[in-house]
Design a protein. Structure first.
Length: 223
């Protein structure tokens, strides 16, 4: 591990956990048709808050950060409770939830990629660790709620946004830019890319559309 590169401040990691837990609990609270009780909403919040970090540390073969301090679970639980308290005003907070979701992806991506670099992980795997850290919480959330994984939906751009941010972070680091500045840039680019996909409908081509194009090419040639 290169201690001279960057050490993740505890407050920053806890901030990412807290924002993720608030967003996760608010997301679960929206699913009224599934009749999730308050404990279930709290657990979803905790899963989202801690999930990305757990996956990050496991793939780095490290003791999960959540197991090294009392604060992680406490902050995740308190933040999930805050998300539950916002249940009654949920209909007015849809934009806030989307924004928190985007910021959460950016924070976890920046922290994941930075920690991977600090442990000496090569560039390409470091991007992978950053992306996995960014989207891990949402994947576990959707699995726990038995929902289609949002990462795989047309128009979500979760992974694309996280990849853009982490690639920028690592590129700036290789160029000698301070890792904190690079991390901030990562969060901004990831957040804006994710919000842009929601606001302007950015998306990758749908598999069905590609299949239709391939059929058209074959039939066009045969004609």
């Amino acid at each position: 591990m290169d201690d001279s590169l960057f050490s993740i401040p505890l407050w920053l990691d806890l901030a990412a956990v807290g924002i993720g837990a608030v967003q996760g609990a608010m997301f679960a609270a929206r699913l009224t048709e599934r009749r999730i009780d308050l404990l279930g909403i709290a657990l979803i919040g905790i899963i989202v808050g801690l999930g990305g970090g757990l996956m990050r540390d496991l793939i780095l073969n490290q003791l999960p950060a959540a197991m090294t301090s009392n604060w992680y679970i406490v902050v995740a639980a308190a933040a999930a409770l805050l998300g539950m308290l916002l249940l009654r005003v949920f209909t007015r907070l849809n934009g806030l939830i989307i924004a928190l979701d985007a910021v959460t992806i950016g924070l976890f991506g920046a922290i994941g990629a930075s920690k991977a670099l600090a442990y000496g992980v090569p560039v390409v795997p470091a991007v992978f660790v950053g992306v996995l850290s960014a989207v891990g919480g949402s994947i576990l959330r959707d699995v726990a709620l038995n929902l289609p994984i949002a990462l795989m939906h047309v128009g979500s751009l979760y992974a694309i946004a996280a990849t853009a941010g982490t690639v920028l972070l690592i590129g700036l680091d290789l160029a000698g830019v301070n890792i904190v500045v690079a991390g901030i840039a990562c969060v901004i680019v990831t957040t804006l890319t994710r919000l842009g996909s929601v606001r302007f409908g950015w998306s990758l081509p749908e598999q069905r559309a590609l299949s239709t194009w391939q059929v058209w090419r074959r039939t066009g040639r045969s004609a």
